[in-house]
Design a protein around this ligand. Structure first.
Ligand code: SF4
Length: 200
């Protein structure tokens, strides 16, 4: 069915916005030379994405998805001109699936090719063979970690949304917000490490 090798064209990093969790941002903070700041963060209004089910944070009483910032041309702030990702080993978990997707089926995780990647991603080669088993196994493990991190992120986001700061605008409370989510991310990191489920 498919083989994949990233050709560093960066189409996916230009086309899609990247939703992040508190733990995605903690990876950047812990393992890269970048520090998490309001310039790294973009907010997408939940009301514009009715089909998207994802934890949200509230500012000024409005609901937003937390995402990475983008440059003027729409590409991710971490995309380099040579097509490489400047935080590649520690990039958000959602980035690590493309051009595949995971699908929850009861307790099982299935890995499939992302339909959008066909004809869009030049690294995808349709060869009539199944997705290699080692690729499926690695991505299924990643999917389980991501699902757990999303649950944790949902809890953190709900705590934020119940705080009085959520009634203020992002610009005025962004340092408090970033400290809040990174502090709780460190607590969740400890839990994940104890469960041996932390993926750097
Ligand atoms: S974090 Fe890296 S892989 Fe993810 S969209 Fe940005 S440049 Fe691409």
């Amino acid at each position: 069915m498919v083989m994949f090798q990233c050709l560093l064209k960066g189409y996916c990093c230009k086309k899609y916005w990247i939703p992040v969790t508190h733990l995605d941002l903690l990876r950047v903070e812990l393992y890269t030379n970048f520090r998490v700041s309001s310039r790294m963060i973009n907010l997408y209004e939940v009301s514009l994405y009715e089909d998207l089910s994802y934890p949200y944070v509230t500012f000024s009483g409005e609901k937003y998805f937390l995402a990475l910032s983008s440059k003027e041309d729409g590409s991710c702030i971490f995309l380099l001109t040579n097509g490489r990702c400047s935080i590649h080993p520690y990039k958000p978990l959602v980035c690590r699936f493309y051009p595949f997707v995971y699908i929850e089926k009861g307790n099982e995780i299935e890995i499939e090719l992302n339909d959008n990647a066909i004809g869009e991603c030049p690294g995808v080669i349709l060869d009539g063979k199944p997705i290699p088993e080692d690729v499926k196994k690695d991505l299924a493990r990643l999917a389980r970690a991501r699902l757990l991190e999303l649950k944790m992120w949902n809890d953190v986001a709900m705590q934020w949304n119940e705080s009085p700061y959520s009634k203020k605008d992002f610009e005025s409370v962004s340092p408090i917000f970033i400290d809040f989510i990174l502090r709780l991310a460190k607590e969740d990191l400890k839990k994940l490490m104890e469960m041996k489920l932390w993926i750097p």
